[in-house]
Design a protein around this ligand. Structure first.
Ligand SMILES: [Zn+2]
Length: 262
């Protein structure tokens, strides 16, 4: 190798080093979030779920926590199934002992106390839908997508993994007649008024309050109550949402990711 060639090699080496150093100095640039591929999921095989690719999703840190935040930003792990699901001893609009009748045991006991207190006040409540597994939400959401298209479906139905019903701590409640069950006209019923006034006394909050859509990502749902335990009272008295209480990200209606690649 000639002297000239050695010099060229040295210069190239130096230039490469300088570029490398300047990259190292640029520490302010946030790292790119790599897509997460969930593998080896313990969910049943051949349901397509274990192959689901998730991009830039924040997984809820403590899915089994009573205060777990699940929304359009914070996703439940696909394979999370609460270990303590039971059937609360309260009436539902249906008789079958099926998945959507279940809740986690602590929430179920609190719900029994809430329903009993409502009855004392002359309010007859019924459960509409409580626990919903990831797999069930996926079937539901896929059906809505087939009917209305993805963009419309996600305005009224949760993308699988973002439904609070997967926690086993949320339940949709109606009057025992089932009138306006999980519909906006429920807001005008005496049952909705009672729930909004008294839920916090039993550890529940109305999870999607009026005027908080930019934070919760959902329009007012007076029928959807969520068990949060003893933080229900400060949340209610301060007129805030679970997101605000826990100082986590608020969501916008804009989906930050498209986990199921629709
Ligand atoms: Zn609900």
């Amino acid at each position: 190798m000639s002297k000239y060639s050695v010099s060229v090699v040295l210069i190239v080496f130096l230039i490469l080093n300088i570029i490398g150093c300047s990259k190292n100095l640029d520490t302010q640039t946030p790292p790119k979030v790599k897509p997460i591929t969930l593998k080896n999921s313990p969910t049943p095989k051949n349901d397509g779920i274990s192959k689901t690719k998730i991009s830039a999703v924040t997984l809820t840190s403590y899915p089994a926590s009573i205060a777990a935040v699940v929304n359009k930003t914070y996703y439940m792990p696909i394979d999370y199934i609460p270990k303590d699901l039971v059937y609360p001893n309260v009436p539902f609009l249906f008789n079958e002992k099926i998945e959507k009748r279940k809740m986690r045991s602590e929430a179920a006991k609190a719900l029994e106390r809430l329903f009993a207190a409502a009855k004392k006040d002359g309010i007859s409540l019924s459960g509409v839908s409580a626990y919903r597994s990831y797999a069930t939400q996926k079937v539901l959401f896929n059906n809505y997508v087939k009917r209305d298209g993805y963009e419309k479906a996600r305005t009224y139905s949760a993308i699988p993994g973002t439904s609070e019903h997967q926690t086993g701590l949320g339940i949709d409640v109606s009057g025992s007649s089932g009138k306006c069950a999980a519909a906006s006209c429920f807001a005008k019923t005496k049952e909705a008024t009672w729930l909004s006034k008294h839920s916090a006394e039993y550890g529940f909050i109305v999870r999607y309050p009026k005027g908080k859509e930019s934070i919760t990502g959902y329009k007012y749902e007076p029928w959807h109550i969520r068990y949060v335990g003893n933080i229900s009272n400060p949340i209610k008295s301060r007129g805030i949402t679970l997101e605000e209480y826990l100082h986590v990200y608020s969501v916008s209606n804009k989906i930050i990711s498209d986990p199921l690649n629709y």
